[in-house]
Write a protein that binds this ligand. Structure first.
Ligand code: IMP
Ligand code: MG
Length: 198
């Protein structure tokens, strides 16, 4: 009885969050299906090497845990926290690292994981920072890539899905730290993006 009540309540609450979403782009099963393919490719590409994954927090949380559980290789995992957005949705172009030291990746085969490639500032800054530590190789992997003219011309080796230049949330991606817990990727309603203070 109590469990039924909780489930009805949870359903209602989820619908409340869902009402902020204009449309769903990729539901859970389609994301997982694509992750199976990406993981298989990464596994083949790194089958003879030890992989060092550097995940950029916080947006990669779900992507990282679902993708890495599909890769049956010996690998190391490290996370980096960066801030590239001032407040809302405009990119500042400047990328701030929360950690002061560069991860020790000398001689290692590094795979950078990020949630979404937008302007390219974040991936470029992270790649440059890691290069100073002298890795053997660096590749990049993103769940989503926006089709657009980028400020930075970064090369990404593994892309989950290409999307239009719209603001998306869910499956780890946020707007003002919200919506990360949605189990799918969706487009946020435009009017929510335009509200000055939330
Ligand atoms: P870039 O530096 O402009 O490529 O932006 C990369 C970062 O901006 C991502 O790691 C996200 O945290 C954030 N970002 C860019 N576009 C979106 C979006 O549509 N939704 C949520 N976060 C985004
Ligand atoms: Mg973010």
């Amino acid at each position: 009885m109590r469990r039924a009540l909780i489930s009805v309540l949870a359903d209602g609450l989820f619908r409340l969050v869902q009402s902020d979403i204009e449309r769903v782009l990729f539901d859970g099963p389609s994301i997982h299906k694509r992750l199976d393919e990406m993981a298989a490719q990464i596994t083949i590409d790194y089958s003879d090497r030890e992989l060092t994954v550097i995940a950029i927090l916080t947006g990669t949380l779900m992507f990282m845990s679902d993708l890495l559980r599909r890769i049956p290789l010996r690998l190391k995992l490290n996370c980096l926290s960066v801030v590239s957005y001032h407040g809302k949705m405009q990119t500042s172009g400047e990328v701030f690292f929360k950690e002061l030291s560069v991860p020790g990746v000398a001689g290692q085969d590094v795979l950078i994981l990020d949630d979404i490639l937008d302007t390219g500032h974040t991936l470029e800054a992270v790649r440059k920072k890691l290069e100073t530590a002298g890795p053997r190789s660096i590749r990049a992997c993103v769940l989503l890539s926006k089709r657009k003219q980028r400020a930075r011309n970064v090369h990404v080796d593994y892309i989950g899905f290409e999307i239009d230049d719209e603001f998306v949330v869910g499956y780890g991606l946020d707007f003002m730290e919200r919506y990360r817990n949605l189990p799918y990727v969706g487009v946020l309603k435009k009017e929510l993006l335009e509200q000055p203070n939330q």
